[in-house]
Design a protein around this ligand. Structure first.
Ligand code: PFF
Length: 448
């Protein structure tokens, strides 16, 4: 290969980086929004079951492919393929995932830009620059272009530095900040009037809704997006883990962190909505469901913060900084997917490759910004509704049907000699071969 690859220097480094990729706008915005529009606690319950029973096994498939292949997504999968058609299939799946990651980054960067501008707005108000503050929270081409570019430059800056000095170092700094901020905000909301009713709506499931098809589909899609599946990101992160590590446990830990943070975010957002209601904000849509979508984060919450007076400015700042950090640790993983591919397959220097690809993705973001009404929704559904489940399903098919079983088992066993006595060993290979692809296909078919 001729390129020194680097890798995570410690177990904790991997956990924080992979959890950093998983924990993002999907957890702090997507999960509470979906919970709000799907009847509250029933959605939470279904989400938890699906995250552990379907997303975790698929997540393990991607990590194992990466660690076995010790390379970018395409080369890793091709290493396991012996016949020409298998190598072609590997290319389609690996490259498809990389394209998916790049497309997600192109719209994710725009939303992250909004989060950053909303984080700066309270600072402007504290400094009495009210006009600037107003400009920051109004939709405009210039604002969107400026903040998306700023966010992409930050992402490029981190990825240019490589795995240990870039991804690992920054995830280690940013993830603890994110968790600390989240907990502080939850404690604060606890003390406000109206929050109790919110906790009730969040934690008391309406069991009759659990089997609603729409709820099941949304919960599964959310779980896949949240664990960054079907984008080849977890393949490349898996390839940076040492063979001595116990991948089964590491994967479970990352899943647990991801799910816990989504759960905590719900504990912040849903009660916040009821607090806002106690202050006179309308939080229910016409059909009686809770308001969701962009309104939730960009209307309801700022109104809540405004109602808190001066303290609210600090809370608003904290909240949107939290969102921006979560977005950044995810966006770096999305950029790493195409960068590692180009560096390893085309022998391009890392810094050059990062700048080139980062700028290319920024160009796509700019096209989306200029044609927002048409392209924004289109790119989101192409990449997350169709792309991710399809590629994740093909990864499971690859592991179950193409990768030699003895090699799969040896990879599970590396760093985990006792695994033969565990449930994972007995169930997972069969489960990934039959259950995961069919279940994902079912959801995919529904979403069509
Ligand atoms: N998992 C991230 C979130 O929940 O916001 C989103 C994401 C990251 C999707 C990386 C895809 C990806 F490759």
């Amino acid at each position: 290969m001729g390129v020194s690859r680097g890798g995570f220097s410690s177990r904790m480094g991997f956990i924080l980086a992979a959890a950093g990729s998983a924990v993002g706008l999907g957890n702090i915005w997507g999960f509470p929004t979906q919970t709000a529009s799907n009847g509250g606690a029933a959605f939470v319950l279904v989400y938890l079951v699906l995250a552990f029973c379907l997303a975790y096994p698929a997540f393990m498939a991607e990590l194992l492919i990466g660690r076995y292949g010790q390379s970018n997504a395409v080369s890793s999968m091709q290493r396991m393929s012996h016949q020409l058609w298998q190598k072609r299939f590997a290319f389609i799946v690996g490259f498809g995932g990389i394209v998916c990651a790049a497309l997600i980054l192109s719209f994710y960067g725009i939303i992250a830009g909004w989060m950053m501008s909303y984080a700066i707005e309270p600072v402007m108000r504290i400094l009495n620059f009210n006009d600037a503050g107003k400009w920051l929270v109004e939709q405009s081409l210039t604002r969107n272009l400026l903040f998306t570019s700023f966010f992409m430059l930050l992402t490029i800056f981190i990825i240019r530095r490589g795995v240990e000095q870039g991804i690992e170092k920054w995830s280690k700094r940013l993830m603890p900040m994110l968790i600390g901020l989240l907990i502080l905000l939850i404690i604060y909301v606890f003390t406000l009037d109206g929050s109790r009713e919110g906790f009730n709506a969040y934690l008391n499931p309406d069991i009759s809704r659990i089997f609603e098809p729409d709820l099941l589909i949304s919960a599964l899609g959310q779980a896949f997006f949240s664990l960054s599946l079907g984008t080849s990101v977890m393949i490349i992160y898996g390839s940076y883990i040492a063979k001595k590590e116990n991948l089964v446990t590491l994967g479970a830990q990352v899943t647990l962190i991801d799910v816990s943070i989504a759960f905590l975010a719900g504990l912040l957002i849903i009660p916040s909505m009821y607090v806002a209601q106690a202050q006179g904000v309308a939080i229910f849509a016409e059909d009686g469901s809770l308001i969701s979508g962009p309104n939730l984060v960009f209307d309801v919450l700022p109104t809540l913060f405004n109602g808190m007076g001066f303290v609210g400015l600090f809370v608003a700042f904290g909240f949107f900084v939290l969102m921006s950090i979560a977005a950044l640790t995810s966006s770096i993983s999305m950029l790493e997917a195409p960068v590692s591919f180009v560096v390893e397959r085309h022998n391009l220097e890392r810094k050059k490759a990062t700048t080139l690809i980062g700028m290319g993705i920024l160009f796509i973001s700019a096209m989306i910004i200029f044609n927002f009404d048409v392209l924004f929704g289109l790119v989101i559904s192409a990449s997350t509704v169709y792309g991710q489940p399809l590629i994740a399903m093909l990864c499971c098919v690859f592991v179950g049907w193409i990768w030699q079983r003895s090699e799969v088992l040896a990879e599970i066993k590396a760093g985990n000699p006792d695994v033969e006595h565990r449930l994972f060993w007995k169930i997972w290979p069969w489960y990934t071969k039959f259950v995961c692809p069919s279940a994902i296909a079912l959801v995919f078919w529904h979403s069509l």
